[in-house]
Design a protein around this ligand. Structure first.
Ligand code: GLU
Length: 428
């Protein structure tokens, strides 16, 4: 379960403060960057199928747009908080900067559990979210995308509402749209594949062969499934995945020592990434407690679910075999746990580098939408690999040159780029 006292925004600010000290940033840059530029909090009334109206709380936070329009997903989550959205918006700023795409950082959210909403209710919620911020977002201002528990279908409803309000077609308003409706081939795979492009580079640095490595993964949503797909293609073996069980309101780890079979697990998974426990047992999976994924004798750990998962209370359980942690999720590791990982000399691929493939492909989607010409999938994935590999190498070189932990090195590059853009614009 999530620790309710955990404040992800304080964590994001602490990470920023640490790097601001390292970079000796001046006071104005610190003031500007440690808080969002703008935020919107609003009510979304939805008429439910039963006839009654329920009011949902929604948010959009625009952290910084000095390098280009704000960019970032919208999460549907029952435990969503404004502080989570603030942290995620800030991390988007650093994410777009580390892969050097001309976009800023934003994030949105709605406090809701889509498991309990019909398709019609979800559509109304999407349209209602857009109605509340339609004048404050847009292709040249702030561009939303999918995130935890939101999909291409949600993006299309949002686009349709935005275009209805503004009376014209604006395919660049939102990314993660369905292919054939302005979406990009490869967008579905992009975040998970991006994680594995960086894992491949880390393995190379450590002189390890993918075919000799075992991975343990937390999460079985979009990021995790495509990360597993590409890791398997490279010859690596995933021994377990852990995910949330909606019926039991807890999580479980599903292990198969011979390696989990992606297609088999996909066939018993709901579209929010929840695996059916009984059917998994029938297929020969061992069902362990949710946290067991972290204790596995594996070479690579991939937390690819949500924030605040590797904490001071469980970090010591990480097996001595682990060489790489690739953060597919945003903010999965708390600062105390991070110090332990650093001390143990585990090669960390920090979240806003490891999972930047999604937003990089979103940027490609915008480019394609703008020219109204769509690329082949190989073309998209080839460009994605080039971008992710270049970003990884820049961070790794910075880490070596200045003797920094990978997270610090990524922050140094991003914060420098964003602070410079603010200075060049004459903001500070
Ligand atoms: N939600 C994804 C992320 O956290 C993608 C954002 C986007 O494509 O704008 O990076």
């Amino acid at each position: 379960m999530q620790d309710q006292s955990f404040n992800p925004f304080h964590m994001a600010q602490a990470q920023f403060d640490h790097v601001a000290d390292l970079l000796e940033l001046d006071k104005s840059a610190r003031q500007l960057l440690r808080n969002p530029m703008r935020e919107y909090h609003f009510n979304i009334p939805v008429r439910m199928d039963g006839g009654a109206v329920e009011v949902f709380r929604g948010f959009r936070v625009q952290h910084n747009d000095a390098r280009g329009p704000g960019k970032g997903g919208i999460r549907f989550h029952p435990q969503e908080t404004i502080n989570t959205v603030r942290a995620l918006a800030m991390w988007m700023t650093w994410k777009c900067a580390v892969v050097d795409i001309p976009l800023g950082g934003s994030k949105g959210g709605v406090i809701c559990d889509p498991h309990n909403l019909s398709a019609r209710e979800q559509e109304q919620l999407c349209r209602g979210w857009v109605r509340q911020v339609a004048r404050d977002v847009g292709p040249l201002a702030d561009v939303p995308a999918p995130d935890v528990m939101t999909s291409a279908q949600h993006m299309l409803w949002m686009l349709d509402e935005y275009e209805t309000i503004h009376g014209a077609k604006y395919p660049g308003f939102i990314t993660g749209k369905p292919v054939g409706m302005g979406g990009s081939l490869g967008r579905r795979e992009a975040t998970g594949y991006g994680v594995i492009y960086t894992v491949r580079e880390a393995l190379r640095e450590l002189d390890l062969q993918p075919q000799n490595t075992l991975a343990s993964v937390q999460g079985f949503g979009n990021v995790s499934q495509y990360a597993i797909e590409l890791f398997n293609e490279m010859g690596g073996k995933v021994i377990c995945v852990s995910c949330w069980d909606q019926d039991d309101q807890t999580s479980y780890t599903f292990r198969k020592n011979s390696g989990i079979v992606l297609e088999e697990l996909r066939s018993i998974t709901d579209h929010f990434g929840g695996i059916s426990k009984d059917r998994a047992k029938d297929l020969g999976y061992e069902v362990l407690p949710g946290e067991a994924w972290l204790e596995q004798e594996a070479d690579i750990l991939m937390p690819a679910a949500i924030e605040n998962q590797i904490t001071k209370d469980n970090v010591e359980k990480i097996h001595s075999r682990v060489r790489i942690i690739a953060e597919g999720a945003n903010g999965p590791t708390t600062p105390e746990a991070d110090q332990v990982i650093h001390k143990r000399n585990i090669f960390l691929i920090p979240d806003f580098l490891a999972n930047a493939g999604g937003v990089t492909c979103s940027y490609f989607e915008q480019v394609q939408s703008n020219i109204n010409y769509f690329w082949e999938k190989e073309d998209v994935l080839g460009r994605l690999d080039t971008k992710m590999t270049a970003a990884f190498q820049a961070v790794s070189e910075m880490a070596k040159k200045r003797n920094l932990y990978m997270r610090e090195a990524a922050y140094v590059i991003s914060v420098n780029r964003v602070a410079q853009a603010c200075k060049d614009r004459g903001w500070i």
